[in-house]
Design a binder for this molecule. Structure first.
Ligand code: ADP
Ligand code: ZN
Ligand code: ZN
Length: 723
């Protein structure tokens, strides 16, 4: 007897494919197989087995399974099937997200046995003239753990130095398992003593005995949430269990991983986009084979095939990087909560500025709310002050009082941080004679002036062109930058404070590998300096000597069309303010604004997030916006706006039978991007079920349509951006 199987391919198709099992082999769900597809072969994942034989055509046979075990274990398969349904995304693409790139392409699921090196023997055995070899030996002997060849090379040593030492027996390959175990016991001894408040918070988080629980750990900036996670894992995670710790961005805050490593040694593994294919495969295999790892990772780590997952932590749960912005638009935070439910284990969401969704869940008793409202150690919350700059002269966006504050801060031997929400020199170049503004030829946006590279760049596509000093239209030399970018503020600060280093932190200044590390090193040295930067500076950094934060302009988010803009503005302001006064010295924050009477900004000065969150939630409720209704957006892009809108008109007609609120179709805020015309239809419903059913019917119907050439559409469930 032969058995049929149903297989998912890594393609944007809302369907599965039927095949015959190879003779004598019975396949299991989740198994990776090679199958004939068209004239080629493809990698597939078994989704169902023992499926009925279709009577209209003959099935092709699976060429071979790639492993005799399922790459996706049952729990992961269930999770991803749920996610595909919830986000209305093709199952195949969702399932393949749980595989590392190497396995998607069909590579063998084997570890490349990469040696880890450790010092042995004596330094004296290495000849004095072999200076670099001696340095390498010394470095290895000081490392806490054996090091991979790649790490050795990254330190600037060469392969031949490694080989010479290895031949001479002064270094050897380690047996990783024994050292791992050794490291763990040595490491855990150092856990810091919790403060009374931290201990209290820790005690109120439900333990794993309670099964599935979601806790919102609302801990103000600098309250030491990380310490609470560490202790929770130390106390409650069994030696043979796995944990997942999601973080927004690993490269920006290497200190967080370092802290986890210090206490859990080699049990900590990381997962983020900067890993190469082999590193990803290695980590994936450890997770899949049930090694008791604590995985610290970014968004896609939520989808990995854990088999013994017993605790999930989502740090900075409000962070927008948890939501994928393209394709499979899942929210890693929300998937993590569902995963906790599947595994009947605790989920801890931590933030000083939790999302309104999570606050709402906490206030309605779906989540446990645990508060940590004191900073750890001697640190006190910063004092926040609004500075109305309506009629004040500004230089590089900075007012005189703000510059005076910086001066005072530096005089005291401390560091200042200046937050500007745009990178580049200026967001607009304008001719003061003819009014011309330079726009992107491919998008409905203005070009940003990047003075360092003498370029005009579009921040929405990859267009760029050389900067000019004269108006391209009337050739006037009154062609001037308007508004502030980080480069411009950096220049003004360097002029004003010529004796103080000014360090710029934005996507441009941190592109080169290692540059962020160097910046962090400089700041952590504690010597007076001024940091200028974007959002990047708001994320989780712990600078002990920063005592002053200046927000150049807070007004961007106050009057945006996006209903989430006020929430995001307040979160950013509190997070960036939270960088001030984390050490023993008190912190001050000056927020420059033209709307010092705005209620949100005034609430911000009270320094407490939860009351503001309640206020914003009341506004959401009044206008029946999420989380009081479920929201989804059908987005299109096409070669003309007419085509985009016509498609959405059809979608609207299909959806209008259900009891839903529909907005649009309307062009997106940036209606043309990279020459694609974008539009959207918003669906709102008081109940998730109605929304989900409507979207299922909609996708079914729309999939049958013949699309105009070049039109693409996508569904975005629980969208973060409504522009
Ligand atoms: P959060 O993530 O809540 O903003 P962190 O976890 O980064 O705060 O902690 C803030 C600072 O306080 C860090 O420098 C941390 O080392 C320190 N800290 C936290 N808890 C303790 C403690 N119990 N004892 C000593 N220092 C602590
Ligand atoms: Zn002009
Ligand atoms: Zn563009």
């Amino acid at each position: 007897m032969t058995l049929n199987v149903r297989i998912a391919l890594n393609r944007p198709l809302r369907r599965l494919f039927d095949y015959l099992s190879p003779a004598g082999i019975s396949l299991a769900p989740g198994q990776r197989v090679r199958v004939p597809f068209g004239r080629q072969s493809a990698i597939g994942l078994v989704v169902e087995t023992d499926t009925p034989t279709p009577d209209t055509f003959t099935l092709k046979t699976v060429e071979q399974p790639l492993e005799d075990w399922p790459a996706l274990p049952p729990e992961t398969l269930t999770l991803l099937k749920w996610a595909a349904r919830y986000y209305h995304h093709p199952l195949g693409e969702c399932l393949f997200m749980a595989l590392p790139p190497a396995l998607r392409r069909g590579r063998a699921a084997e570890r490349k046995s990469e040696p880890l090196w450790q010092a042995s023997g004596h330094l004296d055995d290495i000849p004095k003239r072999a200076r670099r070899q001696r340095e390498l030996w010394q470095w290895l002997s000081e490392c806490e753990a054996p090091q991979a060849t790649a790490m050795v090379l990254a330190q600037g040593f060469s392969r031949s130095q490694l080989n010479s030492l290895s031949k001479g027996g002064q270094i050897k390959e380690s047996d990783t398992r024994t050292t791992r175990a050794g490291n763990e016991t040595a490491a855990v001894a150092d856990l810091p003593v919790l403060t009374g408040h931290q201990q209290e918070a820790l005690n109120t988080i439900p333990t794993p005995d309670a099964g599935f629980t979601t806790t919102l750990l609302y801990g103000i900036t600098g309250s030491g949430k990380t310490e609470v996670y560490l202790h929770y894992l130390h106390q409650h995670l069994a030696d043979d269990s796995q944990a997942l710790v999601l973080v927004p961005e690993i490269n920006l805050t290497p200190q967080t991983v370092a802290r986890f490593r210090r206490y859990f040694g080699h049990r900590i593994v990381v997962w983020h986009s900067a890993l190469n294919d082999s590193e990803r495969l290695e980590t994936w295999l450890r997770v899949r084979h049930g090694e008791p790892v604590i995985l610290v990772g970014t968004r896609s780590a939520t989808l990995l095939p854990f088999t013994r997952l017993a605790t999930l932590v989502v740090d900075e749960e409000h962070d927008s990087s948890y939501k994928q912005g393209e394709g499979f638009r899942y929210s890693a935070r929300d998937v993590a909560v569902y995963r906790g439910h599947l595994n009947q284990c605790p989920v801890i969401l931590g933030s000083a500025t939790p999302s309104l969704e999570s606050v709402h869940n906490a206030l309605s008793d779906k989540y446990h709310l645990v508060k940590l409202e004191q900073r750890a150690g001697k640190a006190r919350p910063p004092e926040i002050r609004l500075l109305d700059v309506r009629s004040r002269p500004l230089e590089g966006g900075l007012s005189r009082p703000a510059l005076a504050e910086i001066q005072r801060c530096l005089d005291n031997g401390q560091q200042a941080l200046v937050f500007v929400n745009r990178r580049g020199y200026a967001p607009v170049m304008m001719c003061f004679d003819c009014g011309y503004m330079m726009e992107c030829p491919r998008c409905d946006t203005r070009l940003t002036y990047h003075r360092r590279d003498r370029a005009m760049r579009c921040h929405h596509c990859d267009y760029q062109t050389a900067a000019t000093e004269h108006c391209p239209k009337c050739h006037s030399d009154a062609f001037k930058p308007i508004g502030q970018g980080t480069e411009r503020t950096e220049d003004v600060l360097s002029e004003q404070f010529p004796d103080t280093p000014v360090v710029r932190v934005d996507r441009d200044s941190t592109q080169r590998k290692g540059s962020i590390d160097n910046i962090l090193k400089q700041v952590n040295s504690g010597a007076p300096c001024i940091l200028v930067g974007t959002q990047m500076l708001a994320k989780g950094h712990d600078f002990a000597n920063v005592t002053l934060v200046i927000v150049v302009n807070a007004d961007g988010g106050l009057f945006s069309v996006d209903f989430r803009a006020p929430e995001q503005l307040i979160q950013t302001l509190i997070q960036v303010s939270g960088r001030a006064g984390r050490g023993e010295l008190a912190g001050r924050v000056v927020v420059q604004t033209c709307h010092s009477d705005h209620p949100l900004l005034n609430a911000l000065c009270q320094g407490q997030y939860l009351p503001i969150a309640r206020q914003m939630l009341a506004e959401r409720e009044a206008s029946q916006l999420p989380p009081f209704q479920a929201m989804a957006i059908v987005r299109t892009e096409a070669t003309t706006m007419a085509a985009s809108l016509a498609f959405l008109d059809q979608a609207k007609a299909l959806a209008s039978e259900a009891n839903l609120e529909l907005w649009g179709p309307l062009p997106a805020v940036i209606a043309r991007r990279a020459d694609r015309h974008r539009a959207q239809l918003v669906l709102l419903s008081p109940g998730r079920k109605v929304l989900a059913q409507t979207l299922s019917q909609l996708t079914l119907a729309l999939d049958q349509q013949r699309l105009p050439a070049g039109l693409r559409w996508q569904i975005d469930v629980d969208p973060l951006e409504t522009g």
